[in-house]
Design a protein around this ligand. Structure first.
Ligand code: EPU
Length: 418
């Protein structure tokens, strides 16, 4: 298993490019199942979760050609409409094939995901939505079997809580359903908007993506399309925090500044200078002297739960007490104990973390527990005195493309050892 060895203390300086969004590319790949024609996706990040999704699609019946960050998928027919436990347990986003499979072939068999390091994460709302569209659902042996032999029909689906992949799954089911579907209390994340843009290029009729009500008029057939994935806002946000925590001067190039608006606002309140030299670049400059600022995670456009762990690492270096509240996932504080091993002062109280700072961090052996928790340990290590060894970095490889190369490029002392 690979590890990262990081020696902290160097302010980062220079420019870091942003990769394509993992959480946008995953549903976009699944959307290719909706048509027999080729779908070409550009700026697909080369990360492990994307490879897992490609493997799943190939098992289902797609032909996949990968050329750098361009992926061409063609699915002449659905050979096996199934997402097996072996894949779903390694990547929950596998459940994104449920909607497209039922829509295209009238049936799907998808393993139930089971628990996860950050929370229970059920898919009951995906299932409820498909039932509203007329699918018959049967659960046995740890699998969900969905059937709609005569096709799906449009309906009103009111999500009783906001779900990102649930909204995406239902959008992909509804594009081939008969009649109109209205998704209420839909997720407004940029990844939902990006998926709607791809589906529209494929011939779907969708209105309102990016708002809480999405209207979809089903069409008979979808065709091929070419689409460029949006930049990864969580990666961009992680690098903004890297610049801030090390007292550096870093430009994040090729991002969409609006997508990290909530983080930028917190950084500014904490005393970090963030400017926008051009439409797709953010520059972060920090003296390393930070003020503590409370933060509560929310659905977009609020502060992303996927940046909460990284923000906590930053607040360990801020003057005063900050209260961080996690509202999206019930168990997303695994990084707190590891940060404490490096010298941070963090008290957990249910969904709240109380961080006192600044405490000098020192390098230690720590364990990555999930993707974003690992990113927070990398950030803490960049500012810690001495050497930090982060074990189980396969978590970080799931969602960050070449993170050690990108950070080295701006002066970080980070290397991967086997
Ligand atoms: N929920 C339910 N029932 C459902 C679906 C969700 O109760 O059927 C609950 C979840 O348990 C959670 C909340 O609703 O408490 C929100 O979950 P959501 O469904 O929005 O999360 P997701 O779609 O499974 C996506 C991202 C996550 C990100 C969340 C929240 C992808 C592939 N994953 O997950 O990304 O944290 O939205 O923004 O888009 C990551 O990249 O590290 C990551 C975990």
């Amino acid at each position: 298993m690979d590890k990262f060895v990081i020696v902290g203390g160097t302010p980062l300086r220079g420019e870091i490019p942003t990769s394509g969004s993992k959480n946008s590319a995953l549903p976009a790949l699944a959307a290719a199942l909706l048509t027999e024609e080729p779908v070409t996706l550009k700026r697909v990040p080369r990360v492990r979760d994307i490879r897992t999704m490609q493997r799943l699609l190939v098992d289902i019946g797609s032909k996949a050609d990968v050329d750098g960050e361009t992926v061409r998928l063609e699915t002449p027919q659905i050979v096996c409409p199934e997402a097996p436990y072996e894949l779903v347990k390694t990547m929950r986003a596998s459940s994104l094939v449920l909607g497209p499979l039922v829509a295209r072939s009238g049936r799907a068999r998808v393993s139930l995901p089971g628990g996860c390091a950050i929370g229970g994460r059920p898919i009951n709302l995906h299932i409820f939505g498909l039932e509203q569209l007329g699918a018959r659902i049967h659960q046995a042996h740890g699998y969900i079997e969905a059937e709609a032999a005569d096709g799906l029909r449009g309906a009103v689906v009111h999500f009783d809580r906001i779900t990102v992949t649930g909204t995406e799954d239902l959008m992909m089911a509804a594009v081939l359903a008969k009649g109109e579907t209205i998704l209420r209390n839909a997720a407004r994340e940029p990844e939902v908007v990006d998926l709607a843009a791809l589906l529209t290029r494929m011939g779907a009729k969708i209105e309102g993506a990016g708002t809480t009500t999405i209207r979809i008029n089903g069409v008979e057939k979808l065709g091929g399309a070419e689409h460029t994935i949006i930049p990864d806002r969580i990666e961009a946000g992680t690098f903004l925090i890297a610049g801030a925590i090390t007292g550096g001067d870093v430009a994040i190039a090729g991002c969409i500044p609006e997508h990290v608006g909530a983080l930028v606002s917190k950084l500014q309140q904490a005393g970090v200078a963030v400017t926008q030299p051009d439409a797709t670049t953010l520059r972060v400059r920090s003296s390393g002297k930070l003020r503590s600022v409370d933060m509560t995670t929310e659905e977009y456009p609020g502060f992303a739960t996927d940046l909460q762990a990284q923000y906590m690492a930053l607040m360990t270096q801020a003057e005063g007490i900050s209260i961080i509240v996690e509202t999206i996932f019930e168990n997303r504080f695994m990084h707190a104990q590891e940060l404490a091993r490096m010298g941070a002062n963090i008290r957990l109280d249910g969904r709240q973390a109380i961080v006192a700072g600044p405490y000098r961090l020192t390098g230690a052996g720590v364990i990555a527990s999930d993707l974003r928790a690992s990113a927070s340990l990398v950030l803490a290590a960049l500012v810690a005195k001495g050497e930090t060894v982060i074990d189980r970095v396969y978590h970080i490889d799931r969602g960050y493309e070449k993170i050690e190369a990108k950070l080295s490029q701006v002066g970080a002392q980070i290397r991967r050892v086997e």
